[in-house]
Design a protein around this ligand. Structure first.
Ligand code: CP3
Length: 361
């Protein structure tokens, strides 16, 4: 592994392991994105996946929010859909529409046509190069988070062919073709484990797994088609990292909408459970604390449309409800493109001031 500058702010790592902190670390999902005019300037010149595939551009947009806000982590600029691309599927990012797969999976016999054993370093080397470059450019200021989509969420896009309110085609597969769905979820799981381990080898210091579409599954479907794969990813990544002698890389899982499975998620090998805003922090603590898990989240991003006073108030309430140990402050989902950057600043600064106050008293 490359020698990197040593980490000056390790609040996020300590909070992930429920260790003592002097203030609550904070970052925001989609902290790099269209709500920043400097991001829009880059996007005006380059297509979305060109930014992902060009390490200098991915590094630049990763660092943009850190120049504006006192954030405690950077997250590498990429997308969860680079995995379906590595398996051989075409994905376009269409402005105003989101991701589009011109040839989605229609019948399970098409699974065979996917790359069954992709050469991750070859297919996704650009992500690892972007991580290594960003880690150097960060100069140890804050930790760099790597990420992947989770198997069910990736399958949902691969079958549906794009975003959807119901993902009914993808959900239909789980009942029409349960065995073939499991085959696909297994292929994704094995690929994701290698992808995440290689991100750490390239310089990622924390990993987050996004199960963005957990909320459209019921608890038994979630257990069968999501949880067991999420769980295998955490144990598989931990085992490979420990075989490589790498320690202290916290794993975060964000299963959006899966508050019904918080107890089960707390029993996996993830160190941090990321929450959306539909669960009360105190209730989440009650459920997860027996397993000693740290929690991440969970301010409703819509709060950031409110006045500075109302942002301060809601953020303070959130910080107090989670308490200062084992909490990474974040939004309950990503920044929306029409939010004002000043609103994120109010959130970040309030997390810092309110948590310092909490710890003093
Ligand atoms: O700052 C960061 O958080 C890092 C970058 C990041 C992006 N996508 C950049 C992006 C991360 C972590 C993701 C993850 C991602 N991508 C998820 C999981 C998180 C979530 O939101 O639930 C999902 C579901 C995707 C798939 C995806 N990518 C969708 C559905 C869309 C369209 C929605 C939209 O906001 O337009 C994208 C596009 C995308 N990914 C953008 C960004 C900044 C906006 C597109 C653009 O710049 O044109």
């Amino acid at each position: 592994m490359t020698d990197f500058p040593s980490l000056k702010n390790d609040l996020l790592i300590r909070a992930a392991y429920c260790e003592e902190v002097e203030r609550t670390p904070v970052w925001a999902m989609r902290q790099a994105g269209r709500y920043l005019k400097e991001f829009q300037e880059v996007r005006a010149k380059h297509d979305f996946f060109t930014v992902c595939r060009t390490p200098e551009l991915a590094c630049e947009v990763t660092l943009q929010p850190l120049r504006r806000f006192d954030l405690d982590a950077a997250i590498i600029f990429s997308d969860i859909l680079v995995i379906p691309q590595a398996l051989g599927m075409e994905v376009q990012m269409v402005p105003g529409k989101g991701p589009v797969f011109p040839k989605p999976l229609i019948h399970p016999n098409e699974i065979k046509a996917l790359n069954q054993d992709p050469d991750i370093d070859k297919e996704l080397g650009y992500v690892f190069d972007a991580i290594t470059l960003t880690r150097k450019k960060l100069e140890g200021k804050v930790p760099l988070i790597g990420f992947s989509g989770a198997p069910w969420t990736l399958m949902a896009y691969m079958v549906e062919g794009g975003s959807s309110a119901t993902f009914s085609k993808a959900r239909a597969w789980l009942f029409q073709y349960p065995e073939e769905s499991e085959l696909l979820l297994n292929l994704l799981t094995n690929t994701i484990i290698k992808y995440l381990v290689n991100q750490v080898k390239a310089g990622a210091q924390t990993l987050q797994v996004f199960e963005s579409h957990a909320g459209i599954l019921g608890s038994s479907t979630f257990a069968k088609f999501s949880l067991q794969y999420l769980s295998r990813i955490a144990s598989g990544v931990k085992k490979e990292l420990s075989d490589l002698g790498i320690s202290r890389v916290p794993l975060i899982v964000f299963a959006k909408g899966a508050h019904y499975a918080l107890e089960e998620l707390s029993a996996t090998d993830y160190d941090v459970i990321s929450l959306d805003w539909t669960i009360d922090p105190k209730r989440a603590r009650e459920i997860s604390s027996a397993k000693g898990k740290a929690l991440q989240g969970n301010l409703d991003p819509a709060v950031l449309y409110g006045s500075p006073d109302s942002i301060n108030c809601a953020t303070k309430r959130m910080v107090e409800a989670f308490g200062a140990r084992g909490h990474i402050a974040n939004l309950g989902h990503g920044m929306y493109p029409d939010l004002k950057p000043e609103s994120l600043k109010a959130f970040v600064d309030t997390v810092h001031s309110a948590s310092q106050e909490c710890i003093k008293n």
